[in-house]
Design a protein around this ligand. Structure first.
Ligand code: NAG
Ligand code: NAG
Ligand code: NAG
Ligand code: NAG
Ligand code: NAG
Ligand code: NAG
Ligand code: NAG
Ligand code: NAG
Ligand code: NAG
Ligand code: NAG
Ligand code: NAG
Ligand code: NAG
Length: 808
């Protein structure tokens, strides 16, 4: 039957676009000429013109939208997004209605070129403000636009970006905006011959209004304070990633030729913006938009995967077994090399800098566990660093622990479970969640569960003994456990559905940590991880240090710590107002799933289904769902550990005891305290930790109005309290600047809030004028993090390729 397609043989529709009459003056041809000399930067306006000269591929684009509709069936909170509950701060977004609108606009020939259409697709997905829900079309991933100090590039090939910082000074009780290059003079005024001046305007508009607008367009966090922070330099991220990633420095979208900053001393500065090639392919030889499309778009995914397998081999992850678990024993406190000049010497640090332990020089009982990421190629080493820090702290009478999660966008789910267990070796982590109980999930899981032997025989790499259930996860009821950690007895018992006022969901379920620990990441005390260690710190002696970035695996960890152990949290930065701020500002969904992996599973299940299976319900997704989903995949940008930069939030995290089973994305939870950065805190991370200590156990000084919100741990952890009014404060930007709102020029939807004045210099139309919007910051980027099951998923095809997907 037609649905029995080979596993990875993804149809690439023949390109039907060929523009004529392009001359050598065509923008893409000009870029080609410029690229001949190994140029790193291109004129921003020329890059945009080239992108906008790519002809529309209308018929294929219609098919792509149909494929995306199928994938959205797996988005866990699709129905909440369309009609959000009180905990959501950004406007809701009806994604299916958005696809309908884009479809009708294509049919009505509204789009003039391929770039503008794909940009609107990108913005539609981005309007969910869910870092796990990501779809980055190929054409949107060819260039990034950087703000630069100069066109110089350092030895590592990293550009000389122009960045901003948000700094509290003695002159003001909320922070001001400064150029990062002024940071040294601010932190050390005695050694500077001038006194830096704050930025007051950007492109002639009030700086805070402009930045709030810009943050909402470029950010992908669910919380506006988190997106605001991501406009500025983030030292923990910088130390971990070794490259600037703040959204003022780098944006995925056209930024104009220059950005004009006005300072309080009335001087101005024009910051240059340049296009940078993100793709590994060259621009050389392009003649026009059609040749651009042929090179950069609609690639044959099979071939790309083959090339990738060739390039990386089949085992990118260091297997966990090659590193030995260390015992709970102290190490020398002498210290090793710091990960970055703004850090002191760590006691222990992993080779990839994802985790490190420090002792404060100034506070004798303070230890710090710094975790800028849960994404690592060496999970056992990560776990060892944690264990050694705990043992060394115990041995040296360090009785207070700051866990620094700033900049942590997530990583491997089960590292969060192990970290929790190392801190509380006798506590059973809760971590229950559910999935959207769609008909497609019902079909896929039922057929998979009923035919697990056939599936296993046909696709041994997909269904492997020991890891089968983890690969298939929610599609095989035998693997997940009930909320009471027992087996489900049937597909019906697992699937439900359980009705809520926002749609149908599966039964709450938990991971079988014994199975996970045996087959993937060792978790303390499960399976053969028989390491023993005492509890080092009491809950009251631990505080979580956040900056809003925390997402996915980091959110899972924070939830275990705050709701299960009542551990308080403290947040740094955010919008300049005296108000509470959320600690966890990124996605609180508990599992990302790549669209490619979903498609692989659905294909395999269809192929393994007995001939008597009734597939007729699939026709609602179009004549052949695999043709459509393959088109959507082949238009996604290739790369990252999900293979293509396309994913959904697959699993909701649900708090223990919540009868409403509200996905945590819709539960507002303020940090227990908040503080703003001083210049000293940018220069020296020890100053940040000392502040976190002082605010928790010392003077307890926090930003006025930031403490005791009912939703916070100390305020009572009221799950229905909802955000304070200040959470929606956009300083003149307001909801009109949110991505969903930006789409409105091409897509009007009643669910969007009616915004007032637009404080932004860059929020105009989406399909015209070429403005700033959206950002990738998503799951496709290797180090951005998120939580996926850390399981080798070996995909095979008739071509006998195997690609091992491990984690983000
Ligand atoms: C994609 O590439 C594979 C491997 O080279 C090839 O077998 C297949 O025919 C290609 N598909 C299309 C539609 O060109
Ligand atoms: C490339 O470099 C050569 C030699 O430096 C120079 O003559 C030429 O103008 C450059 N071409 C472009 C397009 O910059
Ligand atoms: C004004 O302030 C900016 C930012 O600190 C600084 O770069 C510039 O040199 C100052 N200009 C004058 C005339 O002081
Ligand atoms: C951008 O710079 C180009 C020259 O590189 C110029 O032709 C164009 O007018 C500029 N556009 C704007 C909006 O300033
Ligand atoms: C992969 O490598 C093999 C052997 O080196 C080569 O023949 C083949 O063309 C490569 N395939 C791709 C897609 O690069
Ligand atoms: C295990 O690690 C050692 C170094 O620690 C390395 O030499 C060896 O190749 C690794 N083995 C595997 C199978 O990765
Ligand atoms: C799930 O599928 C089964 C078999 O097709 C069907 O009987 C059942 O009604 C479905 N449940 C839902 C909620 O769609
Ligand atoms: C969890 O997985 C382990 C290992 O596969 C298995 O032995 C055990 O029975 C499972 N637990 C439950 C409650 O099913
Ligand atoms: C712990 O497990 C290892 C195998 O993983 C085994 O060699 C060792 O004997 C076990 N230790 C204890 C105390 O059970
Ligand atoms: C197949 O399922 C559809 C509904 O999904 C139903 O209308 C149809 O009668 C079924 N056909 C058979 C042969 O069971
Ligand atoms: C939680 O907050 C809601 C909304 O403010 C309020 O109605 C409810 O009484 C509070 N619940 C508790 C237990 O404080
Ligand atoms: C965008 O372009 C349209 C026409 O192409 C024009 O009407 C509109 O004023 C422009 N908007 C801005 C902000 O330049």
């Amino acid at each position: 039957m037609s649905l029995r397609v080979a596993l990875v043989a993804l149809a690439a529709i023949a390109n039907s676009v060929h523009a004529q009459d392009e001359t050598s003056r065509a923008p893409c041809s000009q870029l080609s000429a410029l690229s001949a000399n190994d140029t790193k930067f291109f004129p921003a306006d020329l890059a945009l013109s080239c992108l906008r000269s790519v002809p529309l591929a209308k018929e294929d684009d219609l098919l792509q939208l149909s494929g995306l509709r199928t994938f959205l069936e797996f988005q866990s909170d699709l129905d909440y997004l369309a009609d959000p509950t009180v905990g959501r701060i950004y406007p809701g977004i009806d994604l299916l209605a958005g696809l309908d609108k884009l479809t009708s606009m294509l049919e009505d020939d509204i789009y003039q070129n391929e770039h503008d259409f794909q940009m609107d697709v990108f913005k539609l997905f981005s309007a969910a403000y869910d870092g796990h829900l990501s779809y980055i079309p190929d054409i949107v991933d060819v260039f990034a636009f950087g703000r630069l100090q100069s066109e110089d590039v350092n030895d590592e090939g990293i550009a000389n970006y122009f960045s901003l910082i948000s700094v509290l000074t003695v002159e003001n009780d909320t922070p001001d905006i400064y150029a990062y290059i002024d940071e040294n003079s601010l932190a050390d005024p005695g050694n500077s011959d001038y006194s830096p001046s704050p930025v007051t305007k950007i492109n002639g508009q009030d700086v805070v209004a402009w930045l709030n607008s810009y943050a909402a367009q470029n950010g992908r966090s669910q919380d506006p304070d988190a997106n605001y922070n991501q406009v500025f330099v983030n030292i923990p991220k910088l130390a971990y990633e070794a490259a600037e990633t703040d959204h003022f420095a780098v944006s995925r979208f056209y930024q104009g030729n220059t950005t004009m900053l006005t300072f309080a001393n009335e001087s101005t500065r024009d910051v240059m913006t340049r296009a940078q090639l993100l793709s590994t392919k060259t621009l050389e030889g392009l003649t026009d938009g059609a040749s651009f499309f042929d090179r950069f778009c609609n690639n044959n995914l099979t071939e790309t995967i083959l090339a990738q397998a060739n390039a990386t081999g089949t085992a990118p992850l260091q297997t966990t077994s090659n590193i030995t678990r260390v015992p709970y024993e102290p190490v020398s406190t002498e210290g090793v090399a710091p990960p970055h000049p703004a850090y002191p010497s760590p006691i222990v640090i992993s080779s990839d800098k994802s985790v490190a332990g420090y002792f404060s020089d100034t506070i004798s009982d303070l230890a710090i566990l710094s975790v800028p990421s849960f994404s690592t190629t060496s999970p056992v080493e990560f776990e060892n660093v944690v264990r050694q820090l705990l043992a060394t702290a115990s041995d040296n009478e360090r009785t207070k622990l700051v866990i620094d999660l700033r900049g942590n966008g997530g990583g491997t789910i089960f590292l969060a479970y192990d970290l929790f267990r190392q801190l509380f070796p006798t506590e059973v982590p809760y971590g229950a969640g559910n999935y959207r109980a769609s008909e497609l999930h019902n079909f896929t899981g039922r057929v998979a569960s009923e035919n697990i032997d056939a599936l296993s025989a046909a696709y041994p790499e997909l269904v492997k003994s020991g890891v089968d259930g983890v690969v298939l996860n929610s599609f095989n009821y035998r693997e997940p456990l009930t909320v009471d950690n027992e087996q489900f007895t049937s597909w019906e018992e697992f699937f439900g559905p359980h009705k809520t006022d926002r749609g149908d969901f599966t039964s709450l379920n938990r991971f079988n940590l014994t199975d996970i620990s045996a087959t993937t990441i060792p978790i303390l005390g499960y399976a053969d991880d028989n390491t023993t260690q005492p509890r080092t710190f009491a809950p009251k002696d631990i505080v979580l240090l956040h900056d809003g970035t925390c997402a996915s695996t980091c959110a899972i960890f924070s939830e275990l710590m705050s709701s299960q152990m009542s551990i308080s949290s403290i947040a740094a930065g955010g919008r300049p107002q005296k108000a509470p701020m959320q600690a966890v500002g990124g996605t609180k969904g508990s599992q990302v799933q790549g669209m490619f992996i979903l498609s692989t599973i659905v294909s395999a299940v269809l192929a393994a289904a007995p001939p008597s299976s009734n597939f007729s319900f699939l026709s609602q997704f179009g004549t052949d769902i695999l043709t459509a989903t393959n088109q959507a995949l082949s238009r996604a940008s290739f790369g990252g550990t999900l293979l293509v930069k396309a994913s959904v939030n697959f699993r909701n995290n649900v708090r223990g005891g919540d009868a409403e089973q509200m996905p945590l994305q819709y539960v507002y939870q303020a940090a227990d305290c908040r503080f703003f950065y001083t210049a000293q805190m940018y220069a020296d991370q020890a100053a940040v930790w000392d502040k976190a200590y002082d605010a928790t156990w010392g003077s307890m000084q926090c930003v006025e109005g930031s403490t005791s919100h009912p939703s916070s741990v100390t305020g009572g952890a009221n799950i229905t309290a909802g955000p304070p009014d200040t959470a929606k404060n956009f300083f003149g930007g307001n909801a009109s600047i949110a991505l969903g709102r930006n789409l409105e020029t091409v897509w009007t939807n009643g669910s969007l809030e009616d915004g007032g004045g637009n404080g932004s210099g860059n929020g105009s139309t989406s399909s015209g004028n070429g403005t700033t919007e959206g950002s990738s910051d998503g799951e496709g980027d290797d180090k951005s993090g998120s939580n996926v099951l850390a399981v080798p998923l070996i995909l095979t095809s008739s071509l006998a390729i195997s690609v091992i997907l491990l984690f983000i």
